[in-house]
Design a protein around this ligand. Structure first.
Ligand code: GLT
Ligand code: MN
Ligand code: MN
Length: 394
């Protein structure tokens, strides 16, 4: 009986806010070396599939739904049909974004292109995609500048590129304010691919850049697991910095085996322990936004395999959230953590905010370095306990 109720507790519910992009479950398995291996599913079919596996939301680029050359009439018909599918299946659109990377016109970037015609077209395309997102009920708007970079450094002035990126975001926040849209922008970093080097390559870089915008309060970040790992960085640390800055507006969950091409693997399929710590962080920090899986099924899969992939992302997330609760109740782990957080009162008294007085006290203090340094931190024990907890041994 216990096993059965545990199995049910891994069933996704709307309150979990699990979302997928049309481009993720709809990914037909094309890669740079091979043609698609799965049928292209119509957006309405993808909505149906997401409802079947238990997701709550679907995200989209403008072109995932409306072809770039569609007439206004065609666009409206497609959108109406899509809205009907959303309401038939009880699926919402929490986030929308613009495809500023697929069309050849964006081969040298969109907002940072050297060509003013491209920059103006990118703004127009984004403004229209924002209208679409708002019409579908999105409250977060993602910016992933896949083509905003260089191979030939000589070809673009990096300062000018940043200025152009800033000008574009300022224009678009102005547009939203003017229209009365309540959208929040979320900037998504990636170090490289498809460009040799993409500007603002990490979440930390994005956070620094946001402070230079005209409306920083409207702009946050959308960190992606795979993208931080491609740069060899800790994802949970990126999440923590974003949250600390009040900028964790959205999150792209997937997995990635170290610095290599962007794998967008099923959540938790490669670095289970890393996934555990990020779930623990998201669950504990008060993040209330969607848990978006920006990943796709292996190229070996058929449509049933895509469902296995989507269910797997959500089940692993929920299982790890349960493990996090279990860790909270594990007396031995909590005992070690309590030991780690116990502080020497005399030393704590030295760590008060700076004043002339506290400065004098600190400078006069004497430290027994050898004794302090001789303390073992017991991280080996702690880490092994966490490992055994994840392995189901505790
Ligand atoms: C693209 C990219 C993702 C972004 C999407 C939003 S599109 O698939 O690899 O990381 O989140 O533009
Ligand atoms: Mn990715
Ligand atoms: Mn992403």
């Amino acid at each position: 009986m216990a096993a059965k109720s545990n199995a049910h507790s891994l069933d996704p519910r709307p309150a979990h806010k699990f979302s997928f992009g049309l481009w993720t479950v709809g990914n037909p398995g094309r890669d740079p070396f091979g043609a698609p291996v799965r049928p292209v599913l119509a957006p309405t079919k993808i909505v149906e599939l997401l409802a079947e596996v238990g997701a709550y939301g679907v995200n989209l680029h403008d072109e995932d739904l409306v072809p770039i050359d569609a007439s206004a009439k065609k666009r409206d018909a497609i959108v109406a049909e899509f809205k009907q599918a959303l309401s038939d299946h009880g699926i919402v659109v929490p986030m929308a974004t613009t495809n500023l990377f697929g069309d050849p016109v964006f081969k040298d970037g969109a907002f940072t292109s050297n060509d003013a015609r491209v920059r103006a077209f990118a703004l127009q395309k984004t403004a229209r995609a924002i209208e679409l997102g708002v019409e579908l009920g999105a409250s977060t708007y993602v910016f992933w500048g896949g083509r905003e970079g260089v191979e030939a450094e000589a070809g673009k002035d990096p300062l000018l590129a940043l200025q152009r990126f800033r000008d574009a975001l300022n224009w678009l926040t102005g547009f939203c304010i003017d229209r009365g849209y309540q959208l929040r922008f979320a900037l998504e970093a990636k170090p490289n691919e498809p460009r040799g080097d993409i500007y603002l390559p990490t979440t930390g870089a994005m956070l620094g850049f946001i402070a230079t915008l005209e409306h920083p309060e409207m702009v946050g970040v959308n960190p992606e697991v795979a993208h931080e790992r491609m740069a060899g960085l800790s994802f949970v640390h990126a999440l923590a910095q974003a949250h600390d800055a009040g900028k964790l507006f959205h999150v792209d969950l997937n997995d990635q085996a170290g610095p290599r091409y962007d794998q967008d693997l099923r959540f938790g399929s490669s670095d289970l322990k890393g996934a555990f710590f990020l779930v623990r962080f998201l669950e504990d920090c008060g993040y209330g936004g969607p848990r978006h899986f920006d990943a796709h099924a292996y190229r070996t899969e058929d449509v049933e395999g895509v469902k296995d992939f989507a269910r797997g992302c959500m089940r692993t997330y929920l299982a790890l959230a349960q493990k996090s609760k279990r860790m909270q109740k594990d007396a031995e782990i909590q005992g070690l953590l309590a030991e780690l957080s116990a502080q020497d009162p005399a030393a704590s008294a030295l760590l008060t905010p700076y004043s002339k007085e506290s400065g004098k006290r600190l400078l006069a203090a004497r430290f027994d370095r050898a004794t302090i340094a001789s303390r073992g931190m017991q991280y080996e024990k702690l880490d092994q306990l966490v490992t055994e907890l994840l392995l189901g041994l505790r």
